[in-house]
Design a protein around this ligand. Sequence first.
Ligand SMILES: [Zn+2]
Length: 274
Amino acid sequence: MVRFGPSGNDIKFYADGNKSSVDAPRWLSAMGLHAYEISFGRGIRMTDKTAEIIGREAAKYDVKISVHAPYYINLANPESLEKNYHYIQRSLQLLALMGGDRLVVHVGSQMQMTRAEALKNCRESLQIILNRLKAEGFENFWLCLETMGKYTQIGNLDEICDLCALDPMYLMPTVDLGHMNCLAQGKMDLQRVFEQLKPFSQVHFHISFIEFGGKGEIRHLTLSDNKYAFDLMTVMQFLSSRPDNDVVICESDSIMAQDSLKLSEFYLQKKKEV
Ligand SMILES: [Zn+2]
């Protein structure tokens, strides 16, 4: 089954009396959700002990954990390679303690380089990082390279698919449909997107509606905010004909778990029709 779940904690999670992410697997599974993404976007502040507890809870309640690596990773910048490696390696250690294997990574930004130069650097950095992780004994992991929402960032779908081809045993796309809709200025071609994903037997999805402007992404909205919407039923239609290994993480503002549940209901509806 495709798994659905939120990134981070819903306002309802706190309103229901929960205090920390340790409580999330139980709360999510009671709602009927079976995935949970924990963000280290602004820094990695979790202890090993907390990760172990979350891992135990996640196994008990059958919730699959993924982690989002720090936003400041930039694989296009060779000077920060050492730091980037450290962020990825530490994120993977905690992810493993939580029993998960998917680490979402933002590839980087173009900075003052040409697009081709930046991409070449990303490719080289990725190769070095993968070799080093494997040499250090990291085996069961996926780096899920994310499609981004601003034009200055590396990671439209073509670029992400190309980068993932570097090592299909360790790299898969995080297809952020909200971001892609920003890049397409609201005219995302879902048929083409899912066509391009066919070679991948598993994909990590991020779904939310995102406000955009001339430079791309501005801010995350909720699914009831339809000014920047795309057609979720079409998404679910394509998703329901893919292999069952996909994970769909909802990144709505504030009500990400409640919106996840909506997504999973849409999916089940489509799945019944197939
Ligand atoms: Zn992201």
